[in-house]
Design a protein around this ligand. Structure first.
Ligand code: HEM
Length: 185
């Protein structure tokens, strides 16, 4: 069965080398040299060298059937051999976001911010996986762990995508965001 739980462990070991660790908003995350992604595990923080963040893949909340079909047709898998660059972007949204109803959030996410419409322009160059942390027991520091993989020549595209999303109304509800860039070596 495909695992749903993933731990992202920052420390001295791991397949990915961390080349940037930037606090875009809110409290920074500690420095670490490398990142490991461990499926199906719940690393105890005291066992990790630096930090450990965990999240679960889940069902979609906001996409329509049409959008989902389009995504399924175009989105690439993780782990492509040419995709030696990655980004881990942990995100927390504020209380005002979570106080809204599902239809109010969808309206901001897509009708007003065009999150999926913007993101689709960067597929299939960028592969992605969204992890949810909010409903895990244990007072998680973020609501989402977002993970992206792409080839080095698509890094400028990824930078443009980040700038476009951060300028949206949806992002006015983000109160903590860390941008971690990585390369495979
Ligand atoms: C959620 C598409 C890039 C952060 C989503 C969802 C879609 C999507 C369809 C909604 C999933 C659902 O229905 O529950 C894309 C596409 C991208 C992209 C196609 C192109 C690569 C990004 C980037 C970031 C990001 C670069 C971070 C900087 C998020 C977050 C959520 C999300 C935090 C969860 C929103 C929430 O549930 O409140 N994305 N996205 N996405 N995406 Fe993206």
């Amino acid at each position: 069965m495909t695992p749903r739980m993933f731990s992202f462990v920052g420390g001295n070991t791991g397949r990915w080398r961390i080349v940037r660790n930037l606090s875009v908003s809110g409290m920074p995350l500690g420095e670490a040299a490398r990142l490991d992604i461990l499926p199906n595990t719940e690393i105890k923080p005291q066992l990790a060298m630096g930090w450990a963040l965990r999240g679960l893949t889940s069902n979609e909340r906001y996409v329509t059937r049409e959008e989902k079909n389009h995504l399924l047709a175009v989105q690439p898998d993780l782990g492509r051999s040419e995709a030696s660059c990655a980004a881990l972007i942990p995100i927390r949204k504020n209380a005002a976001w979570w106080a809204m109803t599902q239809d109010e959030r969808r309206s901001i996410f897509e009708e007003r911010s065009h999150h999926n419409r913007i993101g689709m322009q960067y597929l299939p160059a960028i592969a992605r996986r969204l992890h949810h942390c909010r409903d895990l027991s244990g007072n998680e520091p973020f609501d989402f762990l977002t993970w992206f993989e792409f080839a080095p020549e698509h890094e400028p595209d990824f930078d443009r995508l980040l700038a476009a999303l951060r300028a949206t109304e949806e992002w006015s509800y983000v109160d903590r965001e860390i941008e971690i860039r990585l390369i495979l070596d």
